[in-house]
Design a protein around this ligand. Sequence first.
Ligand code: E4P
Length: 222
Amino acid sequence: MKFFIDTANLAQIKEAYDLGILDGVTTNPSLMAKEGISGHDNVINHYKAICEIVDGDVSAEVISTTFDEMVAEGEALAKLHEKIVVKVPMIKDGVKAIRYFTDQGIRTNCTLVFSAGQALLAAKAGATYVSPFIGRLDDVSTDGMQLIEDIRLIYDNYGYETQILAASVRHAMHIVNCAKVGADVITGPLSAITALLKHPLTDNGLAQFLADHAKAEQAAKV
Ligand code: E4P
């Protein structure tokens, strides 16, 4: 399973990359705004800066919502760097744009997916990635993980190559459960990824090992 980080924060992207486990980055307009990135040139430069840090795909989302505008915006984004994947919302013109980009050899990430039907359409249009938002579904008492399982079944039934990119991941158990049900990729905050590291028995065990080692060293000296 691939690990993407869901942020536009360069320090966090670098920290995840330095850990040696990062396969890519997803951003969205809210994440860019959170970092105070605004204005055409700043946005473009920020995407380029992200591409310089990571080895892997970097999703850059279009702001437009009509076919012609999405095509123009997506083509410009795709030209920025070979790592850029054009992120397109699951709306009617978005599906058309994904088909267009696919035919042009431009990779896409279909975002804001909340149902199996939407995921089926994204695959039919040839999306490289589909992004079901599991955390936001859980937020409204709907089982986000069930959606990942349903999409896995549908894609496997027909051999669709669209990769299931579980998005809106909020915590470590989302990641573990995504791995169990066969998501191809997860994208989440650094905190969810590093939470996978933690177990109190690891900390206690290490403390004991180090204490025993220190005691043995001390005993050897006397
Ligand atoms: C997906 O690519 C989105 O950027 C993201 O995962 C949304 O997550 P959120 O629901 O935590 O905002």
